[in-house]
Design a protein around this ligand. Sequence first.
Ligand code: GLN
Length: 488
Amino acid sequence: MRVAELISFTGYQLQEKLLSRELTAQEVVEGLFANIEEVEPIVRAYLLLDREGAVRKAQEVDARLKKGEKLGPLAGIPVAVKDNICTNGLRTTCASRILENFIPPYDAHVIERLKEADAIIIGKTNLDEFAMGSSTENSAFKLTRNPWDPKRIPGGSSGGSAAAVAAGTAFIALGSDTGGSVRQPAALCGVTGLKPTYGRVSRYGLVAFGSSLDQIGTITRDVRDSALLLQIIAGRDSRDSTSADVPLPDYLKELEKPVKGLRLGLPREYFMEGLNDEVRKAVEEAVKVYEGLGLSVKEISLPHTPYAVAVYYIIATAEASSNLARYDGVRYGHRTPGAQNIIEMYSCTRAEGFGREVKRRIMLGTYALSSGYYEAYYLKASKVRNLIRQDFSRAFETVDFILCPTSPTPAFKLGERLANPMEMYLCDIYTIPANLAGIPGISIPCGFTKENLPIGLQLMARHFEEAGLLKVARAYERETEWHLRRPV
Ligand code: GLN
């Protein structure tokens, strides 16, 4: 089979071909690495590639298949993993100098699940340092480029995972989403990104950024693959006390069920100034597709939306300042040599180890939590967060799903927003509210701009309604072909 054909498959298609023995896992891995050799020098999605480990696992899968053994549901399927998810024995850097040489002695919960499912872990993907950013430009190690236009950013912070899935250097990938980091890069790279409900997937082994917001999500080529991957990683894990004990539906089985009669809400506040015209038109076209499928559509209001970005940047930075206190050069990670005393060691280590954006956030967060300011900032933000959550509960009394753009603009040029943090923060204006409320959201491709840049459509649902969310996303996908386009 030609490499070009092989790398065009989804995970689900690969699974069929592996089980019918039309392809071996080793052929899949070799074909994938052939494409990586060609494409990776341009896209630069990976911080680490584990070719040897991948080939070894592929051989094991093939040998067991040959013996007629029953394998896990992802047997032989290569998966790329964002580099803030711990992988036993494989360097995990968070794209930060402070963790440049950190090799975790354990696997994250999701990695254990992937391994039990017999998936093949091929490498670790680039991100904004500690997942702080929207363009992957805050990585301490490299810039990742958008496969649709290498002069542009892939989005962030899971930019490496999204770019790899779009470029055919991965079939499926894991990312993390604190304020939009799975959905926004998926939208900008023309792939599918799912952020599950807070608590649906264990955060054990995900390097913490904003602990009340962080959630691991999937980046795939279509909705079916999202269902496939979510099924593996979701579910209760006692090592994450916020992981929820809620029954797990059969996501693939729910996927093709009818959607007629379901109610969609379009939040007025998401279609105001700042929204790019081509994005607006594409989303409006998507609404027509849903109407054609027999869903009802009405305008709704989420009145506290204008506060979401401000609230997020208080809560996320406050939590980050506390979470990142552990990087002090004592037990692991970078340590500046030659300091005269421990205070000097701490401050030199942190000054050298963290990049600009991470330092900015640690300072903002520490300020928001400090005595005298706590009530004015952190406590106030927590209260407004509750109002945002209530906006959604109220909306879900009259609609089943919320439909809106994922990102206000398509992918912008490398460097374009680096000088102005505020402009960068506004990238996530439509994705942040779901994290604040803890509800699930998905981004699926819904069109292209005149410059051939992908546009993403976002759907949001009630807590733990991933099955419905995937079903409604899949219904759109069946009617359209945007998700089948690949960059040249
Ligand atoms: N872009 C947002 C931020 O910089 C969201 C990042 C994320 O979801 N990890 O915080």
